[in-house]
Design a protein around this ligand. Structure first.
Ligand SMILES: Nc1ncnc2c1ncn2[C@@H]1O[C@H](COP(=O)(O)OP(=O)(O)OP(=O)(O)O)[C@@H](O)[C@H]1O
Length: 240
C-alpha cells in the first residue's frame, strides 16, 4: 500500500503534476486550492462580477463549472455564474454534449443560455461542412465560436467569460504558433486574461491545471460530461 503524502491514508493516485501520491480527498483539496490560487493570484474575479462559463459539455468546462461554483461558495467570491453554450449544429456531437450541459444546469442550479450558429449566422456546421468539406472547417468554427461566445455574453449582460482551456491546451497552442511562426499570437496565447478591443475579457482559470488531472478529478467526482471528440476535427492542425 502506498500512503497519501498529506494524510498518510491510502493513496488513490500519483499526481501527474508533481508525482505526489495522494488519497482522493487530498487530491480534491490540492486541485481546488491550486485553481483558487490561480484565481486570486491573477485577480480573475472581483466581487459583483457576472461571469459566463463557456460550457461545451466536455470534461474541461464541466470541471470548470463545478469548481467555480464550489469555490464561489467556499471563498465567498461574490460572483454571479451563468452557463453559456454555443450550439454549432453538429449532429451526433454537440446535440449530445449539450444534453450533459442541461443536466449540469440542474445539478449546479446555474442559469443556462444556448445560442446556435443557425440563428446567429444562418448556417449550422453540418451545412458548412456539406458545402466546404473537411478542410479549414475548424478555422471557420473557431472564429464563429469566439464571436458567438461574445454575443451570448452581451445578451446575458455578464462582464466576463471564463473558458476551460487547460495547461495542455496552452502548451499545444504555443507549439502551433511556433510552428506557424506567428509571433504576435505566440505572445498573446499564454495570457490568462485575453480580450481584443470591443470584446469582453476572457479568462482561463484552469491555465495551470493538467489535462490528466482534470480527467481524474471528473472521474473521481463522477461529474456528468460528454467525452467524444468533434466528428469534424480529424484534420485539425491542433490534432496533427
Ligand atoms: N460549444 C461551446 N459552447 C461554449 N463554450 C465552448 C464551446 N466549445 C468550446 N467552449 C469553451 O472553450 C473551451 C476550450 O474548447 P475545446 O474545444 O478545448 O473544448 P472541448 O474539448 O469541446 O470541451 P472541454 O474543453 O470542455 O473539455 C472549453 O473548455 C469551453 O469553455
Amino acid at each position: 500500500m502506498v500512503n497519501c503524502a498529506k494524510c498518510n491514508g491510502q493513496a488513490a493516485l500519483k499526481r501527474p503534476k508533481n508525482g505526489d501520491a495522494l488519497c482522493r480527498s487530498c487530491f480534491f483539496d490540492a486541485f481546488e486550492r491550486e485553481i483558487h490560487a490561480t484565481i486570486v493570484g491573477n485577480d480573475l474575479f472581483v466581487r459583483g462580477d457576472s461571469v459566463a462559463i463557456g460550457a461545451s459539455g466536455g470534461k474541461d468546462s464541466t470541471v470548470l463549472a463545478h469548481v467555480l461554483n464550489l469555490l464561489n461558495e467556499r471563498h465567498d467570491y461574490g460572483v454571479k455564474l451563468v452557463l453559456l453554450s454555443i450550439d454549432e449544429g453538429i449532429t451526433g456531437y454537440r446535440d449530445d454534449s449539450l444534453e450533459a450541459v442541461k443536466r449540469n444546469k440542474l445539478e449546479y442550479g446555474l442559469p443556462l443560455e444556448i445560442l446556435t450558429y443557425k440563428e446567429l449566422y444562418g448556417w449550422t456546421m453540418d451545412e458548412i461542412v456539406a458545402k466546404i468539406g473537411l478542410k479549414n472547417n475548424c478555422t471557420f468554427c473557431g472564429v464563429f465560436r469566439r464571436q458567438a461566445l461574445d454575443r451570448g455574453a452581451w445578451k446575458l449582460g455578464v462582464n466576463k467569460v471564463a473558458t476551460g482551456h487547460n495547461a495542455d491546451d496552452i502548451a499545444e497552442t504555443v507549439l502551433m504558433n511556433v510552428l506557424r511562426g506567428d509571433i504576435a499570437r505566440l505572445q498573446r496565447c499564454t495570457q490568462i486574461v485575453t480580450g481584443q478591443e470591443g470584446m469582453l475579457p476572457r479568462c482561463k482559470p484552469l491555465k495551470y491545471t493538467y489535462e490528466k488531472e482534470i480527467v481524474m478529478y471528473a472521474h473521481f467526482k463522477k461529474l456528468d460530461y460528454f467525452s467524444t471528440e468533434c466528428i469534424y476535427s480529424p484534420n485539425a492542425y491542433r490534432g496533427h
